[in-house]
Design a protein around this ligand. Structure first.
Ligand SMILES: [Zn+2]
Ligand SMILES: [Zn+2]
Length: 168
């Protein structure tokens, strides 16, 4: 995910469009056990404001994740925008206080990879659901309760409680 700034030969008050398309790294989705179904497309423009250089655009891809209730595969589309300052990698120290997203560049090459990964990760909810109303799996027999009820409902009472009930 690199932009060759030297080749863009951006002068002050100019802007250049860019389009990068690369396969996603499935390791990024380890937390969710997911995988990329489509390449990661990053589209946007690099802008020279006269003083600073900024990169802005959007990240689009499609990933497969798993419903956190019923474990069914869920297709999730990512379409998220970003705005970041392009700064020299040697001035990392001065940036601890800035709120802005940052892309580092060295030798005229700006690497968007860390930013794009961040955009993707923050777009995905911690728990993904196949549908808002997903009923999940029965904790007892593992049946997918979206496809019907199981016979556990009445057996769910802990046998120890059963005894207590008899005492009363
Ligand atoms: Zn589900
Ligand atoms: Zn059950």
């Amino acid at each position: 995910m690199k932009i060759y700034l030297n080749m863009l030969k951006l002068s002050p008050y100019q802007q250049q469009d860019f389009h990068i398309e690369e396969p996603g790294d499935n390791e990024l989705l380890d937390t969710w056990g997911g995988r990329f179904l489509q390449p990661v497309v990053v589209e946007g423009k690099i802008e020279h404001s006269g003083k600073d250089i900024h990169a802005q655009g959007k990240v689009q891809t499609v990933v497969e994740l798993y419903c956190s209730r019923c474990l069914k595969p869920v297709t999730y589309s990512i379409d998220s925008s970003f705005f970041a300052a392009v700064v020299d990698e040697n001035c990392q120290k001065d940036l601890s206080e800035t709120e802005e997203d940052v892309v580092f560049q060295g030798d005229g090459i700006a690497d968007l990879t860390p930013l794009v990964q961040e955009v993707i990760i923050s777009d995905i909810p911690i728990s993904v659901l196949c549908q808002e109303e997903c009923r999940g799996l029965c904790p007892n027999c593992g049946k997918d309760l979206n496809t019907g009820t199981c016979n556990c409902r009445d057996d769910n009472i802990d046998p120890r409680w059963e005894k207590l009930k008899q005492l009363t």
